[in-house]
Design a protein around this ligand. Sequence first.
Ligand SMILES: [Zn+2]
Length: 143
Amino acid sequence: MNGSIRVGNLFGIPFYINLSWFLILGLMTLSYGGNLGSQFPQLGLGLSLFLGLIAALLLFASVLAHELGHSFVAIKQGIQVKSITLFLFGGLAGLDQEAKTPAGAFWIAIAGPLVSLLLFLGLHFIGSYLIVTGALSCCAFKL
Ligand SMILES: [Zn+2]
């Protein structure tokens, strides 16, 4: 993808961030931070924005986990993953080739959403049984 910066490898897969990602990271930081600042004015602008940035980065960590789900299933089928890129609209795992069978394609396609679902269930479980109050509860459970 043009305009992407290689930031390293994840499990041997080249990991890129497209420049457009910084736009959405900034907007999400302002949105989350603004919400926190209005609900918890005692935090101040700097801390609200910092927590907003953390929330935005955690969201993109979940997008990355989703793409790794696609990638690991592809690798298990012998398909090379050329890259994972985060960009304006989310993430993209670049596979070297198509799956050899329709069932293989199905499992590659469903692996990402399954990772997202597992993250949701795990975090929902934690949110249901942990007593978290204040800005942390706002930040962690309104994503
Ligand atoms: Zn996906």
